[in-house]
Design a protein around this ligand. Structure first.
Ligand code: ZN
Length: 191
């Protein structure tokens, strides 16, 4: 396994659309090794998720995992989930305001409206079918990662750019309010 370099905003690869994988490609040693690298890179950078395009591979693969994360201490835990050829579909019109950060956008956070309940479909890393529902804050993470595979960054989804702030200023001015919002989201949606 190896750590991959993470592309930063402004690099054209972050604006490209990733392509789907075939079952044969997915089963290859190369792609399986890449998935290991992707997960290792996410964990090393304390990301809550990572998409293949963020490490310069234009393949439709992302990973999500939240353990005790120093970048997002208030985020509900979510087990390691790797999705190949993902589809993310809203289950209702309900949305919430998520304060997002991104490994490809250094030192900035901002508010993004996200669907509160989604269905995720795709393949697991062994090529088996995956289908599950995600609600609340974790649903925002899946939408953020899917966006990466379509060349979209969270700043493109912001409705009000006044909420853009550095990580220090998030801590100072925004964190307390957002943590109480997260508590309400978790109470309502369970995650
Ligand atoms: Zn991101």
């Amino acid at each position: 396994m190896a750590l991959r370099k993470i592309a930063q905003i402004g690099h054209p690869v972050l604006r490209e659309t990733a392509r789907p994988l075939t079952q044969t490609e997915l089963a290859s040693r190369e792609v399986q090794g890449f998935i290991d690298d992707l997960v290792e890179t996410m964990r090393d950078a304390s990301g809550a998720g990572i998409a293949a395009t963020q490490v310069y591979e234009k393949l439709r693969i992302f990973a999500v995992e939240v353990r005790d994360n120093p970048r997002y201490p208030y985020k509900p835990r979510y087990p390691l989930t790797v999705v190949i050829n993902p589809e993310v579909t809203p289950l209702s019109t309900e949305t919430f305001s998520n304060y997002e950060g991104c490994l490809s956008i250094p030192n900035l956070r901002g508010r993004v409206p996200r669907h509160a309940e989604v269905r995720v479909r795709g393949l697991d890393r062994n090529g088996g079918p995956l289908e599950f529902e995600v609600r609340g804050v974790s649903a925002g993470t899946f939408q953020h990662e899917l966006d990466h595979l379509n060349g979209v960054l969270f700043v493109d989804r912001m409705v009000d750019t006044k909420s853009l702030c550095t990580w220090d200023h998030f801590e100072r001015f925004e964190k307390e309010r957002f943590i109480s919002e997260v508590r309400e989201i978790v109470a309502r949606w369970g995650s």
